[in-house]
Design a protein around this ligand. Sequence first.
Ligand SMILES: C[S@@+](CC[C@H](N)C(=O)[O-])C[C@H]1O[C@@H](n2cnc3c(N)ncnc32)[C@H](O)[C@@H]1O
Length: 229
Amino acid sequence: MPVIETKDGSNTLYVQEIDECYHSTFGAIQESEHIFIGSGLNFCTKNNISVLEIGFGTGLNAFLTMIETEKSNKIIDYQTIELYPITTSQAKELNYCDFLGNKALFAELHSCEWNKRLKINDCFYFTKIKSDFSVIEKIPNFDVCFFDAFSPEKQYEMWTENRFELLFEHADNGAVLTTYCAKGQVRRNMQQAGFIVERLSGPVGGKREILRATKTLNRHKNQDNMSCV
Ligand SMILES: C[S@@+](CC[C@H](N)C(=O)[O-])C[C@H]1O[C@@H](n2cnc3c(N)ncnc32)[C@H](O)[C@@H]1O
């Protein structure tokens, strides 16, 4: 897969078969920080946070989360689902450590064993789950979900009401899910699954809007979840 430089200088990967990149070409680090760290992780007020990521890919979201955690007193249990991992040599071509340091830790996220919970440091526990999210029936419970699949135009099976129902069932009370995609059908699928969905502004120069879905206490599936949008 060719490595592309995005507008903030950080890399992404381009997938020729579906003509899509792993990140926004306006800035991979900028996009991940805005959508997943700023609007998702930092929105959660708990001290022990379970993060579930859909699509580990380059490992950028996990890497940023690990770095963010070092600045706080929080403990993160990070679990990520990926069906088509990139190779460790592809991971070495990515330039995230030029911006974020921690070269050995970034390499470890890629080289570590699959389907095994590992302690990366005192505040970051990490599990890579090799599985197909489009058909999986059991996923870990979470406080924060980074929903980072390829777009619904290219992989609609990842964005169906049934997939958001699965996520809703495994979301703890107050859990949030963020994603870069703000399409109406995706938002409606989340709402049908039971989430309250907000449209937030997107990263500078990139998508105009992103979505944050919340599982709110005392609400039930199929109640009116349109009030926040
Ligand atoms: C937009 S990219 C991921 C970006 C990733 N979070 C990152 O920062 O690089 C989507 C990811 O979903 C993975 N993927 C595609 N189909 C999948 C499936 N059925 N189950 C799990 N992961 C899948 C791809 O291999 C890719 O790594």
